[in-house]
Design a protein around this ligand. Structure first.
Ligand SMILES: [Zn+2]
Ligand SMILES: [Zn+2]
Length: 383
């Protein structure tokens, strides 16, 4: 018995700590740090009042104690001998772990749907479900804000699962933890499902934050917890759910109109036109500093530059006579850049690695580098 109470104490501390840690994080992130950034994701424009949040926290702490009590009863009291929970991983096949987890969610969803609908009965509502519905615009703090009767009824699903579904201890823990996180998402007040989710088959099956938020704002309909099955079978799904979801989706991921596309295309075209014009280096170029003229042309996919008129009559005449190849092996790297070629540096009389940048349609900067030495020329196009 002493062990049971120790376990109960640890479980209570763990569940309360879990509540504060995993709710503070999304609350601070969405409500305090980036409310403007996530404004399109907000389901209801108003925020919960401070009084409401204080009440949600108080009731969630009480619920956490109820959950710890039921959890400890199922896992650590003599009752555990009557359950199907197992510790030896080899007792069932490995595939049973994910399958049992999925079945647990389906059972929980079914249990929750019918329990929830029962609580909405006018004769039971006040003593079972009123506190949860005080949050008409829920914040994540409302996740476990229940009447004590509802808290025990919610936790009772653990007893049902333990009795009818063989589950490994770890699977049960993963189930309880995932269920908690899904519940936080349902009360987040912000829709955060990815864009692709809307057009996938999962949208027709799964609940969303919008789905449960509408249950709080409309009070009737959308009773289920994880899936849409029961609400659709029982025709209790709020009819304009998909429409409301789409309105938020539209705000989150605005569709670009035809006009926006056309103007964007026009801008790209305008930017491309001068680029296309300046992308040509083939032709005759003059180095105005020396008067030398170079003919650039393409041969076997590479760009070559040949001196066709020497600049310095004393030195370069010799070069002109030999029709010096001043550029070779250049390749186009981008719209206005050619690189990785060899350039003859007259002063050093060597070929160095070089590149050419077109500054505009008629001006190019030619640079050669040899070890720490570099030399640049500005050339102008003459034809
Ligand atoms: Zn309800
Ligand atoms: Zn709720």
């Amino acid at each position: 018995m002493e062990t049971f109470f120790t376990i109960l104490g640890i479980a209570t501390i763990f569940l309360i700590a879990r509540y504060f840690v995993f709710i503070s994080i999304p609350f601070v992130y969405f409500y305090k740090l980036f409310p403007k950034k996530y404004a399109p994701n907000k389901i209801q424009s108003k925020n919960a009042s401070t009084e409401q949040i204080h009440s949600e926290i108080k009731h969630s702490i009480i619920s956490s104690i109820a959950f710890a009590l039921v959890g400890a009863f199922v896992s650590f009291s003599p009752f555990k001998n009557y359950t199907l929970i197992y510790s030896d991983i080899e007792k069932y096949s490995f595939w049973w772990i994910p399958v049992s987890l999925l079945i647990a969610f389906v059972i929980h969803d079914t249990y929750f749907y019918w329990m929830h609908r029962t609580f909405h009965h006018p004769k039971l509502f006040k003593i079972t479900h009123l506190i949860h519905h005080k949050s008409t615009n829920p914040s994540p703090w409302a996740s476990y804000s229940f009447n004590i009767t509802e808290a025990f009824a919610e936790a009772f699903v653990l007893v049902i699962l333990a009795c009818i579904l063989p589950m490994h201890r770890v699977t049960l823990f993963v189930f309880a933890f995932s269920s908690f996180l899904i519940n936080v998402y349902g009360h987040l007040g912000y829709e955060i499902a990815p864009k692709w989710f809307r057009n996938s088959f999962l949208f027709k099956i799964m609940n969303t934050a919008v789905y449960h938020n509408m249950h709080h704002s409309k009070f009737k309909g959308n009773y289920s917890l994880y899936f849409r099955f029961w609400d659709r079978i029982m025709k209790t799904e709020i009819p304009n759910y998909e429409q409301v979801y789409d309105e938020i989706q539209e705000k989150r991921f605005p569709q670009k109109t035809q006009n926006q596309y056309s103007s964007k295309a026009a801008i790209i075209l305008l930017l491309l036109i001068p680029s296309i014009c300046i992308s040509q280096i083939e032709g005759k170029w003059i180095d105005k500093a020396t008067g030398a003229v170079v003919q650039i042309y393409k041969e076997e996919g590479k760009y070559i530059g040949r001196v066709i008129k020497a600049g310095n009559p004393n030195e370069d005449k010799k070069l002109e006579g030999k029709k010096l190849i001043i550029l070779k092996n250049f390749e186009q790297k981008s719209i206005n850049k050619w690189c990785c070629g060899d350039i003859f540096l007259p002063r050093m009389k060597i070929y160095a690695k070089g590149n050419i940048t077109l500054l505009n349609a008629s001006m190019a900067k030619v640079t050669g580098r040899y070890l720490a030495f570099s030399q640049s020329f500005i050339w102008h196009k003459i034809e």
